[in-house]
Design a protein around this ligand. Structure first.
Ligand SMILES: [Cu+2]
Length: 375
């Protein structure tokens, strides 16, 4: 919201600059142009006295509003990519990472910790084998009485200290980065853990809120009443991980996630985004989420929270900013920078076959395309 205010302030400043330039160079007849353009430049406010100048400022305004959704834009649920943002069969290491911190942590794990662990294990194993072979009773009947060797003692103290320092430097660096607060302009999303589903609230986009339940499993007892079966939509991901309403986020920007719980302790965890934070009743935990590329990323509640603990997965759909904005406008009460959706964008494509306002050709095609597989 604050970012929106700043963007508007910047846009106003650019317009004011263009206005003074235009006033200085515009020939007099241009100032007498019809005032029709004023209607399109609502943000110009009191500074908008000369229609010709407003016309001159239009390209600058268009640039600052490039992030806004195009009227008639629609949201289409993204199909996840197999093996991306989800566990894979026979996987033995961390999931492929899609956040800067995740990549850093993955590097620490693969290029630092694993080699150190491997070298230490091989070294200790070799020492054991050497001792067993060389110093058993038959091979070495008269043992040495040596009890101290200063050089070896210095080595076996110093080397582990250096190894620990070598591990600590990037670890503490990663820890510090994980605790870095979100920038003031970051989008805020509030997440509430419930027995046994998640609630997502978007306070910066009109405060709309929705719940997210796991899809029911095929040929199994119903887990969530009134929720469809997994696989009944072509965009569905793996069973036990796919949900009815995904949390949608913009890609490539820091997002402030504020996490709490309504009943017992849950934990919001998405392995491929290097994100895990407890959801504690009566308390708000905050952490920054940054997704590097568009996609669907799955996680699960990671705190034993009751009988259906294993049935409250998390699905995050990361979209480019313009598509995220379009998605926001499909939500009831969804607002981008104080602007509400045009009627045809606000009407849910699937649930409203006959919208009150005539939809654009594109929206109609989208509605019929997404409605067809469900039928
Ligand atoms: Cu839980």
């Amino acid at each position: 919201m604050e970012f929106g205010n700043k963007a508007r302030a910047a846009s106003l400043a650019i317009k004011a600059l263009c206005l003074s330039l235009a006033l200085a160079i515009a020939p007099q007849p241009a100032l007498a142009a019809p005032p029709a353009a004023a209607a399109s430049a609502t943000a110009a406010g009191p500074a908008a006295t000369a229609p010709a100048a407003i016309e001159a400022a239009a390209p600058a305004a268009a640039a600052s509003e490039a992030a806004k959704p195009v009227p008639g834009a629609f949201y289409e649920r993204m199909k996840p990519t197999e093996g991306i943002g989800m566990p894979v069969d026979g996987g033995i290491t961390l999931q492929k990472q899609f956040s800067p911190l995740g990549e850093y942590a993955h590097w620490i794990h693969d290029s630092l910790l694993l080699p150190v662990i491997f070298i230490i294990c091989i070294f200790v194993l070799a020492l054991l084998v050497w001792v067993v072979v060389r110093y058993n009773r038959r091979a070495n009947p008269v043992p040495s009485k040596t009890s101290h060797n200063t050089f070896i003692e210095v080595i076996w103290t110093l080397v582990p200290v250096l190894i620990l320092v070598g591990i600590a430097i990037p670890s503490i660096d990663l820890l510090a980065k994980q605790f870095k607060p979100a920038p003031a302009k970051a989008l805020t999303i509030k997440i509430t853990g419930n027995q046994w589903f998640w609630t997502y609230t978007y306070p910066d986009n009109g405060g709309f809120e929705f719940t997210s339940y796991m899809l029911n499993l095929k040929d199994s007892p119903v887990v969530n009443n009134g929720v469809r079966e997994v696989g009944s939509d072509p965009s569905d991901g793996p069973s036990h991980l796919e949900v009815d309403n995904r949390m949608v986020v913009p890609v490539g920007e820091p997002i402030r996630l504020q996490i709490t719980a309504a009943d017992v302790i849950h934990a919001f965890a998405v392995p491929s985004l290097w994100f895990k934070l407890d959801a504690v009743p009566g308390r708000i935990n905050e952490k920054v989420l940054m997704v590097e590329r568009p996609g669907v990323y799955y996680g699960q509640c990671s705190e034993l929270c009751g009988v259906k603990h294993g049935y409250m997965p998390i699905a995050i759909e990361a979209l480019p900013r313009d598509k995220f904005n379009a998605w926001v406008l499909t939500q009831a009460g969804g607002v981008i920078d104080g602007q509400k959706a045009p009627a045809e964008v606000a009407a849910p494509a699937v649930e409203a076959p006959a919208p009150a306002v005539a939809p654009t050709a594109e929206a109609t095609a989208a509605a019929s395309a997404s409605a067809a597989p469900a039928a």
